[in-house]
Design a protein around this ligand. Sequence first.
Ligand code: I3P
Length: 126
Amino acid sequence: KDVIPPLEQLMVEKEGYLQKAKIADGGKKLRKNWSTSWIVLSSRKIEFYKESKQQALSNMKTGHKPESVDLCGAYIEWAKEKSSRKNVFQITTVSGNEFLLQSDIDFIILDWFNAIKNAIDRLPKD
Ligand code: I3P
């Protein structure tokens, strides 16, 4: 049977590739491991796909789920001190997950920062 997702989930605001490193899970520090991720921002969440968009779409048909980040109450800040790389910002979720996102290209990372910040600011804090 087809399941119809809520409308908000269909409203993709931005998508593209960034470098991603998850550095904490539920408040527990993780070993930093950068990798390329296909990132999809909608009004209240970000989805991280490990694969290319193409691969992600075909995996979806087999029930594979991406890592999903709830933006309600989340916090975004530039994180110069968290990496030797340039253009790094951090997203921290209410559940204590921490992600670093990075691109060498200035306007790309700035566009992402602003899009995610705007999404967070539009959401209720709890
Ligand atoms: C880490 C790896 C990361 C680096 C991190 C290293 O080593 O080189 O790329 O982060 O630095 O610890 P390993 O692969 O052995 O875990 P950056 O590229 O963001 O600098 P860090 O420990 O200073 O975070």
